[in-house]
Design a protein around this ligand. Structure first.
Ligand code: HSE
Length: 438
């Protein structure tokens, strides 16, 4: 048997603790896959005194990253610290000291990927990051290895478990947004500060990483148009349901001539199609490759053991040398990657519009008139008889036929400016094209 490989774990939060447990509890099985024992030599964390009940002796836990980076017996470091700093400095320290790194930190890669990957290459080391995107789903390996023969045409996914939990629970329990967010936090699905989950940042950073792997271009995540789920209310979910759809936060990247059409936004997906049937904290990714056709991946995108599963798989890949080969040969997150040209913002698709209007003569005619002036054709209209029209107006819902998305945006702005609506109107894309790839 080969010498054991010694691993250092940086960060003993939910995922870090899960990784230590998995490495110990499944040691025999992991040894079989890695061809040698993988031993947790040391962990560093902020709160050394905290009892986590881990199978790791107290003298193996400390608070100084140097205890891992300067320990020559440790060859692989697992960086499970979120945010940009001190995570970036820690990653640099680990690479400078010759460690191969496995990380779940997608914000760090989306923000500083090229710099860190360049450093790893210079040092002859590797960075593995399967757990950074869609938790337990092996989507990084799927795109960069298993589907390598394909020109990827599009990626469409639910990449944030917290927002998917909120949207699907609102529908299933007929609960409002604030109540469901509070429940997500109480049940441990949402962070104490869930801002980056619900405003779409987390999904956008993951999409930027996937787009880089799939399309070979560097995508600054801040350039990707992004809308969160904060303004999705129960009425919108109910109206979408009446039309046969669910609302999901969907990340999209697809080839459009010499550009990538990308965005993260709540959208309508047809009930019965895989993205609409992705419930709770699950993630899902649909990919179209020119040779393989459409593929669909579904699994838990967050949580202790699903994420630990991806971390440990990356540790094994690093130990057996697969990560180094992929890292060297695919030019993954190469600093020289061309920057993505994002756009066109104009996409031909159906739109779902919700206005709040005064229930009086001429209002519907005025709205449909403005839509008509912008060349937008209406597929269906819903307005329910409201016994007591609220001060905020009655909801009027319009589904359009496929048309240029920018024309719809302009029409909705013109309708809001015409003074016939109360409050800001809502415009969501309808993702209908669930057809097999050509
Ligand atoms: N907060 C993320 C989510 C998990 O809710 O999907 C970590 O990426």
């Amino acid at each position: 048997m080969n010498e054991p490989v010694r691993v250092g774990v940086v960060g003993l939060g939910t995922v870090g603790s899960g990784v230590v447990r998995l490495l110990v509890d499944s040691a025999d099985h992991i040894t079989r896959h890695a061809g040698r024992k993988i031993v947790v030599e040391r962990a560093v964390c902020r709160d050394v005194e905290k009892d986590r009940g881990l199978p790791l002796a107290a003298d193996r836990i400390s608070s100084d990253i140097h205890d891992i980076s300067r320990d020559p017996s440790i060859s692989v470091a697992v960086l499970l610290v979120g945010g940009l700093e001190p995570a970036r400095s820690m990653m640099i320290d680990l690479l400078e000291h010759g460690k191969d790194v496995v990380t779940a930190n997608k914000a760090l890669l989306a923000e500083h990927g090229p710099e860190l990957f360049e450093l790893a290459r210079r040092k002859g080391r590797s960075i593995a990051f399967e757990p950074a995107v869609a938790g337990g789903i092996p989507i990084v390996a799927a795109i960069s290895e298993c589907l390598a023969a394909n020109r990827i045409e599009s990626i469409r996914g639910i990449l944030n478990g917290t927002s998917n939990f909120i949207l699907s629970t609102m529908e299933e329990d007929a609960a409002d947004y604030a109540e469901t967010l509070a429940r997500a936090q109480a049940e441990g699905y949402a962070e104490a500060d869930p801002a980056m989950d619900v405003d779409g940042t987390d999904a956008t950073q993951k999409l930027a990483i996937l787009a880089h792997l799939a399309f070979g271009v560097w995508v600054p995540w801040g350039d990707i148009p992004r809308t969160g789920i904060e303004e999705i209310d129960l009425d919108l979910i109910r109206f979408a349901g009446e039309l046969g759809y669910r609302i999901r936060l969907i990340a999209v990247a697809r080839r459009a001539d010499d550009r990538l059409a990308m965005r993260v936004a709540p959208a309508l997906v047809k009930i019965g199609t895989p993205l609409a049937e992705t419930h709770g904290a699950y993630n899902a990714v649909s990919i179209i490759g020119d040779a393989v056709g459409r593929m669909f991946f579904h699994g838990l995108g967050a949580g202790q053991m699903p994420t630990a599963s991806a971390v440990v798989a990356d540790i094994i890949d690093t130990v057996v040398g697969r990560t180094a080969i992929t890292f060297r040969t695919t030019g993954v997150l190469d600093a020289d990657s061309p920057a993505a040209r994002i756009g066109p913002a104009d996409i031909e698709e159906r739109s779902f519009l919700r206005f709040r209007v005064a229930d009086k003569p001429g209002v519907l005619a005025q709205i449909t008139g403005i839509l008509g002036e912008h060349g937008i054709s209406i597929a269906s209209v819903i307005q329910h008889d409201a016994a007591d029209a609220a001060e905020s107006g009655v909801p009027l819902v319009i589904m359009t036929h496929a048309c240029q998305s920018q024309a719809v945006q302009r029409a909705v702005a013109a309708i809001d400016a015409a003074g016939v609506t109360r409050g800001k109107s809502t415009c969501l894309s309808v993702l209908d094209d669930w057809t097999p790839a050509k």
